[in-house]
Design a binder for this molecule. Sequence first.
Ligand SMILES: N[C@@H](CCC(=O)N[C@@H](CS)C(=O)NCC(=O)O)C(=O)O
Length: 81
Amino acid sequence: MRWLLEEMAVPYEVVLMNRQAMPEKYAEINPLMCVPTLEFDGKTMFESTAILAFLADRFAEKGLAPPGIFGSTSLVAVADI
Ligand SMILES: N[C@@H](CCC(=O)N[C@@H](CS)C(=O)NCC(=O)O)C(=O)O
């Protein structure tokens, strides 16, 4: 996720999590209690492949994935190999 944000030159803030002591409240934004989680425009999302597809679509003008649903699908297919 961070490499994609860097490639797209999209500013972001990293919030480090202590994997040994994740606050229970974190489950409200990531029910899997793992990282990564993306907060964007007041919404949260989890699962790295889903986040990559979202970012590629949201910043489609950066040209890092083919456009549209077929582009998202091919991105997910490659990311999940
Ligand atoms: N399928 C998830 C897997 C995420 C995952 O495994 N995250 C690890 C770190 S890379 C994690 O948070 N593990 C929690 C733990 O080990 O306590 C995704 O792709 O986002």
